[in-house]
Ligand binder design. Structure first.
Ligand code: WTA
Length: 660
């Protein structure tokens, strides 16, 4: 466990009330109503969720039992049968929504496609039938490695349609990272594209898939379905690779949704942990469907008239829950955008808002900080008056960035919904409800109804007002991760045994530090484990260290995060070299590139520091706390008495970070 002391330094006293007109028309329109829902859910969580499951979802067969909680294993709606794609597609086709836009997609080069619910249904059925022809069946896993194009969502839905679990790997990950994830999931097939457009360049996704599968490295993969996007040259392996555009015209446009058990595997999504390889976070069908549906509906006050836009990539949980499943289950219109702000088009986000009349805009603090740097002229030159609600996710938002978002983008009209949640939680856990909750800049405010959140010490004892501690959840919720794929032991240890259960009370350990103020508002203080949050993406230090050590010149390495204005945190790698290797600027550059090759560009260290030795405890554990202090240029704080060799620290301190 971590050895840091959690101290809170943030003092923020401003509060912002929900706009009256918005509150009056909202699904949840007052604090009193929120409290009522919260108390109702707390008194009888199973009853609360059962009522919503009946109202909001369509079932092929009702469940027998709402919740079976055998800590740390929860089962929701056992005995029930449903298919999430039925709730996302079919049920809208018998209503006026049949010809409503499900996705409005805009490509980076400026091309665009609108898919109505009827059209999306057709495409999903076609791809589902193609998957069947490829030999994929219920219970199989399928890897998805795609750019941000409609086919990414279609691929996910096509898997769910036939009961195959998807495992989406972010298109920015390297071939090596893709291979590891495909191996772990024992994927039967991969869905990819020739390439994608990113910052005016082509990312060659198919080449990466070929590399990942080379030398029969992933024997489970039998077929690869390839979508044509960039028309770049690719090699198609005979008997293995299939072009989507060649099989799509003849595929049947009808494919009944496979009846799934509530607890059947819906998807695996890999996320970084503090030790070892990435964890395959497992989500199942019914609870996930219900929870993403309800959270999006209430936390973004989603209405049929909204044009909702979440800027995440489908490769992350935010894309899964709040680009694909949550919006479609609600019958919403969602914008999907392939591009990101880039030198050739820094104002592209505001163009998209203006072009489509976006009403709900959901992005990350790292993007907001980048917008601030680009200046107010870009947003000021666009008509942003359609916006009514703004959202943020991924890391704590600095109060000043919050205020900028509120003023410059929201024109002081739009509530900001700061949603705290994780890959593991499936959906929003702490969040304002825009018509009810007064907001405070930097606080994710209060738990969603049904979420029993607390701040406790290592013994599970609740922290006092404004006292720092560990954020925990004290009751299972419908979209909670069910396990770590193929590693139950890791599931127990990582999430349920960090804080020892007491008297039948289990604590879900989120790995975040937090405090709660006297009004019951939660303030997230960042990760307490060895996970670095770079631009809202969780990277395990262990993975980056392993990548560095795989380079022949590196003997040992320790990676820590350093506060960074733009990215939230930047990666600093301390490296000791093998005997024959010589420290140099060239080697630093080479090591950075090596990490990019092994993991992907998001993991590129901002700085490499060569060291003679790393500070360790007597038991041989690297003291990252000290390295964190050094990396951020701070004084060494806290106890150093467990250091095995004090001179190591003195040498590190004296070392000029820039020289080799
Ligand atoms: C951080 C992303 C503060 C946190 C949905 C969490 C946040 C990790 C917030 C999960 C927020 C996410 N305020 N911190 N609103 N949202 N985080 O799994 O450290 O990619 O544990 O899920 O991001 O990252 P993940």
């Amino acid at each position: 466990m971590t050895d840091i002391t959690i101290e809170s330094v943030l003092q923020e006293n401003r509060t912002f009330a929900p706009p009256t007109a918005l509150a009056q028309a909202a699904h949840v329109s007052s604090m009193a109503q929120y409290e009522e829902l919260y108390e109702k859910a707390k008194a009888d969580p199973a009853g609360f969720w059962a009522e919503l499951a009946e109202q909001e979802l369509d079932w092929f067969k009702p469940w027998d039992k709402v919740l079976d909680w055998q800590p740390p294993f929860a089962k929701w709606f056992e005995g029930g049968k449903l298919n999430i794609t039925y709730n996302c597609l079919d049920r809208h086709l018998t209503t006026w929504r049949k010809n409503k836009a499900a996705f409005i997609w805009e490509g980076e080069p400026g091309d665009s496609v609108t898919l109505t619910y009827a059209q999306l249904h057709r495409q999903v059925c076609k791809m589902a039938n193609v998957l069947k022809d490829m030999g994929v069946s219920k219970g199989d896993r399928v890897g998805i490695y795609m750019p941000m194009i409609p086919e990414a969502a279609i691929a996910m839905l096509a898997c769910a349609r036939i009961g195959a679990a998807h495992s989406v790997v972010f298109g920015g990950f390297s071939a090596e990272a893709l291979r590891d994830r495909l191996v772990d999931a024992k994927a039967k097939a991969v869905i990819t594209a020739d390439g994608g457009f990113r910052k005016d360049k082509v990312v060659h996704l198919k080449d990466a898939v070929d590399q990942a599968l080379a030398d029969n490295a992933v024997p489970s993969v039998q077929k690869v379905l390839v979508v044509q996007r960039t028309k770049s040259e690719v090699t198609m392996a005979a008997g293995r690779d299939i072009w989507w555009h060649e099989v799509e015209p003849d595929a049947a446009a009808d494919c009944p949704a496979e009846p799934m058990d509530s607890e059947d595997l819906l998807f695996i999504l890999y996320t970084s942990g503090s030790t070892g390889k990435p964890k395959g976070v497992v989500h199942t069908t019914a609870g996930y469907n219900l929870y993403t549906h309800m959270t999006l509906k209430w936390a973004f006050d989603l209405k049929d008239t909204d044009v909702y836009w979440c800027t995440a990539d489908v490769g992350w949980i935010t894309g899964h829950s709040y680009i694909v499943y949550g919006p479609l289950s609600n019958g919403a219109t969602a914008v999907m955008y392939e591009g990101v702000p880039r030198p050739s088009n820094p104002g592209c986000f505001w163009d998209v808002v203006e072009k489509y009349g976006v009403t709900i805009f959901y992005t990350a603090p790292t993007a907001i900080r980048a917008f601030i740097k680009m200046g107010n002229d870009l947003p000021n030159a666009r008509d942003l008056s359609s916006l009514r609600i703004l959202g943020t996710v991924g890391e704590p938002i600095n109060p000043e960035a919050w205020i900028w978002y509120h003023k410059v983008i929201g024109k002081e009209r739009c509530p900001i919904v700061d949603t705290w949640w994780q890959t593991e939680t499936g959906g929003f856990m702490l969040t304002p409800l825009p018509g009810a909750t007064p907001t405070k800049p930097g606080s994710a405010t209060k738990p969603f109804p049904g979420i029993l959140a607390d701040v406790v010490d290592m013994n599970g004892k609740p922290a006092g007002d404004d006292e720092g501690g560990y954020l925990v959840i004290k009751h299972p919720w419908p979209s909670m991760l069910r396990t770590v794929y193929g590693d139950e032991d890791r599931f127990r240890k990582t999430y349920w045994e960090q804080i020892e259960p007491k008297d039948g009370q289990y604590f879900y350990f989120a790995g975040d530090g937090a405090r709660r103020d006297k009004d019951g508002y939660f303030w997230i203080m960042g990760r307490v484990d060895d996970v670095i949050n770079v631009s809202g993406h969780r990277l395990g230090t262990m993975e980056i260290e392993s990548a560095l050590v795989s380079h022949p010149a590196v003997a040992e390495s320790a990676v820590v995060g350093r506060p960074d204005d733009l990215k939230g945190e930047d990666i600093v790698a301390f490296v000791t070299l093998e005997g024959g290797a010589t420290a140099s600027e060239d080697l630093k550059a080479e090591l950075k590139q090596h990490v990019v090759n092994e993991i992907g560009a998001i993991a590129r260290p901002g700085e490499i520091r060569f060291a003679e030795a790393l500070p360790k405890t007597r038991s041989g554990k690297i003291m990252r706390r000290l390295l964190r202090n050094l990396a951020s240029g701070a004084e060494i704080a806290g106890d150093t008495s467990t250091l095995e060799d004090r001179t190591v620290l003195d040498k590190l301190r004296q070392g000029d970070p820039e020289s080799a």
